[in-house]
Design a protein around this ligand. Structure first.
Ligand code: SF4
Length: 85
């Protein structure tokens, strides 16, 4: 468990083969996701490795990615949180 809120730390994974570079996730969750030089999304460092707090913006980004290229996982244990399988 990391952070002071007691909330479960999460990481976000990007399926870069699916990502079409719409940029929606980087707009709704700029603290968690950014666009690479090739125009596709990538998690910012703490959401790629180690994990950080799940924000409303990140949950929204995962839910609304138009090609379902984003997935939330527990930073500890690795199980998938969203979207549901
Ligand atoms: S919302 Fe989905 S398709 Fe758009 S940049 Fe983010 S991961 Fe890629």
């Amino acid at each position: 468990m990391t952070g002071s809120s007691g909330a479960e730390a999460v990481v976000v994974r990007v399926d870069r083969d699916r990502c079409i570079g719409s940029g929606m996730c980087a707009l709704s969750a700029p603290e968690s996701l950014a666009l690479d030089a090739d125009g596709r999304a990538r998690p910012v460092d703490r959401y790629a490795d180690g994990g950080a707090e799940l924000t409303d913006g990140l949950a929204e980004a995962v839910e609304y990615c138009p090609v379902e290229a984003l997935a939330l996982h527990s930073a500890h244990g690795g199980y998938r949180i969203a979207p549901a399988e």
